[in-house]
Design a protein around this ligand. Structure first.
Ligand code: AHG
Ligand code: MN
Ligand code: MN
Ligand code: MN
Length: 327
């Protein structure tokens, strides 16, 4: 009889990365190492998140970030942990982070840029609701050894070499793509390893779950209001966790659409193109889903500012297309 918990632990993230790298003879191993560095930071933060109620790291840090948001202690801690892990890993020349106003320059002799949201869903930290980390990886465009340029960090989403997220939920998962499909790994505490648990994730082409903050309904443009009415007429389920990574992850498995449209408080939408939307757009498309700003493909948008915001319609292809037909 098959035991419930897989008696043979499957492929670990490390083995998976090594196997994938061997499929690219020209791979230098730098991107592989960078993915391992990100996974390591995720393991470290996971420990702290699981204890945040016990340590004095819950609550607000007492500062506001460039977004005008009150930084939570874990926002700041996660940011420090990731920057340190990426600095020690040696593969990164610069980092763009939600929690840093300017580009964080690391090492001019390295080839990769990381854009990250170190902790997504900060409003949920102190109420034990799942939160996440989002990251995008780009190759620098300026010559190795030269100072990092804004062109290095303001690349279109279509230029990503990898993107992923870590979801600190009922289990801790790392989901990422390098442009050859999407794979999900579940953290096995007893091993201290991420183990392949969801190979080749594909997003259902249609669905009946819609995720939007209806508290802002009266400030949505007409077309968005009409699409929400349509979802209600279809008796869809409304699911809104308040952590983008969690809503996105659920919709990837069950089918669904997540919408963050412009509102009177967020005139260009709330979510940030460079370190939230581009990463999830790459993952969505690699899984057969779609990500647009209501008109254009997210990964075609030209980033002009580090913290530029955009509307986001992301998830099952047929649902995004239906929503756009109302706009
Ligand atoms: P962050 O915590 O990184 O600032 O991101 C929060 C985002 C996203 O995770 C979530 O879906 C959305 O903000 C919730 O915004 P509202 O509370 O305005 O709905
Ligand atoms: Mn924030
Ligand atoms: Mn976020
Ligand atoms: Mn954040």
């Amino acid at each position: 009889n098959k035991t419930l918990v897989g008696s043979t632990i499957g492929t670990t993230l490390d083995r998976f990365i090594n196997k994938k790298q061997s499929e690219f003879p020209f791979a230098t191993g730098e991107l592989s190492q960078l993915l391992r560095d990100i996974a390591l930071a995720g393991k470290i933060i996971n420990v702290e998140i699981n204890k945040s109620g016990l340590l004095d790291i819950a609550g607000a840090y007492g500062t506001t970030n460039v977004q005008g948001e009150e930084q939570q202690k874990l926002d700041v801690i996660a940011n420090i942990r990731f920057i340190r892990a990426l600095k020690n890993g040696g593969q990164v020349c610069a980092i763009v982070s939600e929690e840093d106003d300017e580009i964080v320059e690391i090492n001019q002799d390295s080839n990769y840029v990381v854009a990250m949201d170190p902790l997504d869903g900060s409003s949920n930290i102190d109420v034990n609701v799942s939160i996440g980390t989002i990251f995008s990886i780009y190759r620098r465009v300026s010559p190795n050894g030269s100072p990092v340029s804004r062109e290095d960090v303001l690349q279109k989403g279509q230029k990503q070499v990898a993107a992923g997220y870590i979801l600190y939920g009922s289990s801790t998962m790392m989901v990422y793509t390098t442009g050859h499909g999407v794979n999900g790994f579940t953290y096995e505490q007893s091993l201290g390893e991420f183990v392949l648990s969801h190979p080749d994730i594909t997003c259902p082409n249609d669905g009946s779950i819609y995720s939007v903050n209806e508290g802002s309904y009266f400030s949505f443009e007409k077309g968005v209001q009409q699409y929400i009415e349509y979802c209600k007429e279809q008796r869809y389920s409304a699911r809104y966790i308040g952590s983008l990574v969690s809503d996105f992850h659920r919709n990837m498995f069950k089918g669904g659409i997540y919408i963050y449209p412009r509102t009177d408080k967020a005139l260009n939408g709330k979510l940030r193109l460079v370190y939230e939307c581009n990463a999830l757009a790459f993952i969505a498309e690699q899984a057969g889903g779609v990500a647009t700003d209501g008109e254009q493909r997210i990964m075609d948008l030209d980033p002009l500012e580090l913290h530029q915001r955009t509307q986001l319609f992301i998830g099952s292809k047929k649902m995004v297309e239906k929503a756009e037909s109302f706009l």
